[in-house]
Design a protein around this ligand. Structure first.
Ligand SMILES: [Mg+2]
Ligand SMILES: [Zn+2]
Length: 143
């Protein structure tokens, strides 16, 4: 994973790739395969993701606030776009950019006191938000 420039923040604070070390409370039943190592590791729930990011960066994140954090989030979205467009981008780098975007989204949710698990369940947990069908049958999905 290529380390990116981190304006205004010490480098040690921002390796945003989630650790593949199993969390002590992670359920052991669900396993997915790690992209770089091929080693299986327990899947994170959305709630665990938010807790992980909060324990890693929570203090600093709350000091920075929503506006500053949103700028970092958008910068990571830009890095993801660049990695998706780059045919020479290494697989690990692409995966790392997805991880960055997700981690910064979790940070934003933490600061804004949004429970991502509850939010995604409420909106998409029982079908299309508009027609309730799975798959969507109303044409709400963007072309
Ligand atoms: Mg990035
Ligand atoms: Zn629909």
């Amino acid at each position: 994973m290529v380390r990116h420039r981190r304006r205004g923040e010490p480098a040690a604070v921002r390796p945003r790739i989630l650790s593949s070390t199993p969390l002590p409370h992670a359920p052991m039943g669900r396993r997915i395969v790690g992209m770089s190592t091929g080693e299986p590791f327990p899947a994170l729930t959305l709630r665990e993701l938010q807790e992980r990011i909060r324990s890693l960066f929570g203090r600093k994140d709350s000091r920075r606030g929503v506006e500053g954090t949103f700028m970092w989030f958008m910068e990571e979205v830009g890095e993801l776009a660049a990695a998706l467009r780059d045919p020479d981008s290494a697989r690990d780098n692409l995966a790392g950019e997805f991880a960055d975007v997700l981690a910064w989204l979790a940070t934003l949710a933490n600061i804004a006191n949004v429970d991502l698990n509850a939010a995604i369940r409420a909106k998409y947990g029982s079908g299309c938000p508009k027609c309730q069908a799975t798959p969507c049958a109303c044409g709400t999905a963007k072309p």
